[in-house]
Design a protein around this ligand. Structure first.
Ligand code: TNX
Length: 502
């Protein structure tokens, strides 16, 4: 009898082993890497009766509905009216997460999924994470049971898109926003004016777009956003928890304005349109009052179009502006920016002018400008060209891109840290991290995709994840698992030979 019971037990045990082995526990892979993930080996099964429920209507409800739509599209499940008692996915807004408005907590058990955050942004990011947890097991779609607690390292995680060297439509910009938001980036810096084109309607200076917008690098017609279109970009971005910050680059990089209005030129004569890729040859006349009427109108009109706290004044590579004229100009522009309710961000050269605490200096090449910014109490936005410039070629065979800062393969784009660049212990003086896509060689969305992805995924992890838990091997594995999300979105990303793609 005992013997029979024992062998029965052995058989049962063997069957269990086989079953468990077949189930193959799903390895959780989320990019950017969350602060903490604890898997518990089981799964929550989705079915047509899974409800996507939010406590209270408003944003939480919209976020739940969006995730429902995303999961329906991916799984083919037709979710019916949710049953309150069923196995549901619940979105809860709850005070008390000390990690801020972007933090979230996910708890997946066999019976339900509960997402909690202090603010809608956190719920939205939890949705991005759940999207990466969903996988197919046999005929079912499941989420692995787990506890995830997550919050970003930096409050500002940005990417700059240059829409001047080549113009990109509102639709392109929206597609770009979809992708950056999925990586939990929260700021889109739009470089709106440069030598080759003026891309934003200014009602009080209509020639800027009538004349200054009709040009770009190469042969193209250029283009511009009407104020309504710009507001539409801002609205769409906000829906994806992305803040738009516009840049009007000055006093250099202004040929498109100088083409449009004679009075902005030192010699009182309009310039010729410029379709090349040289930099540093143009300047506003910093000693003319017309220039400051122009700047005031431009800052006033644009500032009224978006809610973000900051206005980017450019300020880079003003090589034909005398140093004292440059400082005089910036010292007059800053109060204008402040007058219209914005704080100033400028490229690192702006640190030479009267910046102070509250201002942000965007670092791209010279480390000494970091110390200069700190000495004036300003914070730094970290965008080192050798790691964070998305327009640098991956290697000598890259079909587009520049290489004045060398080649930036995926490892170079990932293996660095903002605190190291800024040479500081803590993160307090670092405003955030930003990648930059200059578009001299970028003509369409596939070009954007090729240079931006997958490098931007690495930058997103640098901005979001704890420094001590990041590592190249883990990142490359997460990237392989993330790739299908890019493919599904039609993103023609660069298949780096450093990665073993599936
Ligand atoms: C430098 S980085 C620039 C841009 C160019 C870029 C090309 C910076 C602030 N200015 O005008 O597009 O290099 O990589």
């Amino acid at each position: 009898m005992k013997k029979i019971a024992f062998s029965l037990l052995a058989v049962v045990a063997a069957v269990v082993v086989v079953l468990v082995a077949q189930k193959r526990p799903h390895e959780i892979s989320v990019l950017p890497l969350p602060v903490s993930v604890q898997a518990s080996g089981d799964e929550f099964k989705l079915s047509a009766s899974t409800g996507f429920l939010a406590e209270g209507a408003g944003e939480a409800g919209r976020i739940a509905a969006d995730l429902e739509a995303e999961f329906a599209a991916r799984t083919g499940l037709e979710f019916t009216e949710p049953q309150q008692e069923g196995k549901n996915i619940l979105f809860v807004l709850e005070d008390g997460d000390e990690n801020g408005s972007e933090a979230y907590h996910i708890s997946v058990t066999k019976d339900q999924v509960v997402v909690k955050a202090e603010a809608p942004a956190g719920l939205y990011y939890a949705g991005r994470t759940l999207g990466q947890l969903l996988f197919q097991q046999g005929h079912s779609w499941v989420l692995p049971t787990c506890e995830i607690a997550d919050a970003p390292r930096f409050a500002y995680r940005g990417v700059m898109l240059d829409v001047t060297r080549h113009f990109f439509t509102v639709e392109d910009v929206k597609r770009f926003i979809d992708r950056i938001a999925d990586l939990k980036l929260n700021t889109l810096h739009l470089h709106l004016t440069d030598d080759q084109g003026w891309r934003i309607e200014i009602k009080s200076w209509p020639e800027l777009t009538a004349v200054g917008a009709a040009c770009e690098v190469g042969e193209g017609d250029g283009g511009f956003y009407t104020q309504e279109e710009f507001k539409e970009i801002v609205r769409y971005a906000a829906e994806h928890y992305v803040t738009v910050i516009p840049e009007v680059d000055m006093p250099g990089h202004t040929n498109a304005a100088l083409v449009s209005y004679a009075e902005l030129n030192a010699d009182g004569k309009k310039k010729e349109p410029y379709r090349g890729i040289k930099v540093g040859f143009s300047t506003l006349d910093t000693r003319k009052e017309a220039t400051y009427r122009f700047v005031d109108d431009v800052v006033r009109e644009i500032s009224a179009l978006y809610p973000a706290e900051y206005f980017h004044v450019g300020g880079d590579e003003s090589r034909v502006t005398e140093e004292e004229d440059y400082i005089y100009f910036m010292n007059r522009v800053k109060p204008i920016v402040n007058k219209y309710g914005k704080k100033l961000i400028g490229w690192e050269e702006v640190a030479n002018a009267a910046v102070s605490s509250g201002d942000v200096i965007q670092i791209w090449k010279d480390r000494q400008n970091i110390d200069l910014a700190f000495s004036k109490g300003a914070k730094v936005l970290i965008s080192p060209a050798e790691h964070a410039y998305l327009d640098m070629q991956y290697d000598s065979t890259s079909r587009i891109g520049l290489h004045w800062k060398g080649y930036v393969e995926l490892d170079r784009a990932y293996n660095w840290d903002p605190a190291e660049v800024a040479n500081v212990e803590g993160d307090e003086q670092i405003f955030g991290v930003e990648s930059a896509l200059w578009t001299e060689t970028v003509e369409n969305f596939d070009d954007i995709s090729y240079l931006t992805f997958p490098r931007l995924a690495g930058h997103a992890e640098i901005g979001w994840s704890p420094r001590e838990s990041r590592d190249w091997d883990g990142y490359t594995k997460r990237l392989v698992r993330y790739a299908p999300r890019l493919e599904a979105a039609g993103v023609a990303f660069y298949r780096s030979p450093l990665i073993e793609w599936n």
